[in-house]
Design a protein around this ligand. Structure first.
Ligand SMILES: Cc1ncc(COP(=O)(O)O)c(C=O)c1O
Length: 385
């Protein structure tokens, strides 16, 4: 059976270029970067090469990049570090209602511990409310965390305007951004956007799982997250995941945002057109416009349980997601779709289709046609009642 993988916001196929380089560091140049001999030096060179590539992509210094085990660790390291560092100066921390759980859960915990936590609203496009942000910023604010691209609907925040506002009203507050879904999809410019710290992960962009990095602007310091042998400038000890880091560097070097965006736009356009022409009672939550990345399509089907649809598509070789991979197992309505005000009778029937450069128009046509027939079958049952 043919396999159509449309769950690329959950994770992606690893590029051959990354596999090739990873194999070398697994089986030939497998030294420990801390070793003094030449095998150690070779491994260290691989780590430093990736650091340089990523720094260049972000337009920052390579000493501002620290490798981690991925996005969740990066968000934890930066947010916990910023709160620890800033807690004597202030008690307010601000984020949005649509963050990834690795951000949201921390903020909820801090709220329970008595911190003054603001969860900003978003509009129907998932864009945060700037007036509310301006009202929430205070002298007491120590951290603002805003994701650049949302993982469920693909909304893109205006990082520059947010950064300007934060630095104008609360210049001492640190500005953090979870850029896990943004890297390789949109330009990230921490300096122009006044971002102090950001998080990346390799497996969302054809790199390996279990590796990522954070950027921390020169002059900003956060306490050590893992203490030990002093690796990663003593911020995050532990022998480096050399092969993974080398694989991350390989994919960070080769992405082409313009080329892939054109491809994604074509796929998204064809999907939306074909679905809208052939199906009734559907809602497109992330249309093809500049508020959203073109690789993510959130689409809802009235009177359909998305989980049933997902499993019936799986039987036809099509892999999609309901909401996000991380929250879909919890079986609770998506906090992102709720925050974006999607009607209740549509939320339950929402699929997230997410494309990669490996997907084709032919797969889009195949998928929409299968969705149409499966939705009809499900509705025949649900609408009979
Ligand atoms: C926006 C966002 N942040 C953070 C993460 C966590 O990244 P990782 O899987 O590397 O821990 C994800 C992954 O789902 C994500 O989509």
């Amino acid at each position: 059976m043919k396999r159509v993988y449309f769950d690329n916001s959950a994770t992606t196929r690893v590029d051959d270029s990354a596999i090739e380089v990873m194999n070398i560091y697994h089986s030939e140049l497998y030294g420990n970067p801390s070793s003094l001999h030449s095998m150690g030096v070779d491994a260290e060179k691989a780590v430093e090469k990736s650091r340089e590539i990523i720094a260049r992509r972000l337009g920052v210094f390579k000493t501002e990049i620290y490798f981690t085990s991925g996005g969740s660790e990066g968000n934890n390291l930066l947010i916990k570090g910023a709160v620890e560092k800033g807690k004597r100066r202030g008690n307010r921390i601000i984020t949005t209602k649509i963050e990834h759980p690795s951000v949201l859960e921390l903020f909820k915990e801090y709220e329970q511990k008595g911190m003054d936590v603001v969860f900003l609203d978003v509009d129907k496009n998932g864009i945060l409310n700037m007036d509310q942000l301006a009202e929430s910023l205070s002298e007491d604010t120590i951290l603002v965390s805003v994701m650049m691209v949302n993982n469920e609907i693909g909304s893109i925040q205006d990082m520059q305007s947010i950064g300007r506002l934060i630095k104008k009203i609360s210049p001492k507050a640190l500005y953090h951004s979870d850029c896990v879904q943004a890297f390789g999809k949109v330009e990230i410019n921490p300096n122009d956007s006044k971002i102090d710290m950001l998080t990346l992960s390799a497996h969302k962009m054809h790199g390996p799982k279990g590796v990522g990095c954070v950027h921390i602007k020169k002059g900003v310091s956060v306490p050590a997250f893992i203490k030990g042998g002093g690796q990663e400038q003593s911020l995050r000890a532990g022998t480096e995941n050399v092969a993974g880091i080398a694989g991350f560097g390989a994919v960070a070097e080769s992405f082409d945002i313009v080329k892939s965006s054109n491809h994604f736009e074509e796929l998204k356009k064809r999907f939306i057109e074909r679905a809208s022409e052939t199906m009734l009672d559907i809602a497109i939550n992330s249309p093809l416009d500049e508020s959203f990345v073109p690789n993510i399509l959130s689409i809802s089907f009235k009177d359909v349980k998305a989980e049933i649809l997902l499993h019936s598509l799986e039987k036809q070789g099509i892999f999609v997601s309901t909401g996000s991979a991380c929250s879909s197992k919890k079986n609770t309505a998506s906090h992102v779709l709720k925050a974006a005000g999607i009607a209740k009778d549509y939320i339950e029937g929402t699929l997230r289709i997410s494309f990669s450069k490996y997907n084709t128009v032919e797969e889009v046509v195949y998928c929409v046609d299968k969705i149409k027939s499966e939705v009809e079958k499900i509705r025949r049952f649900t609408r009979r009642k």
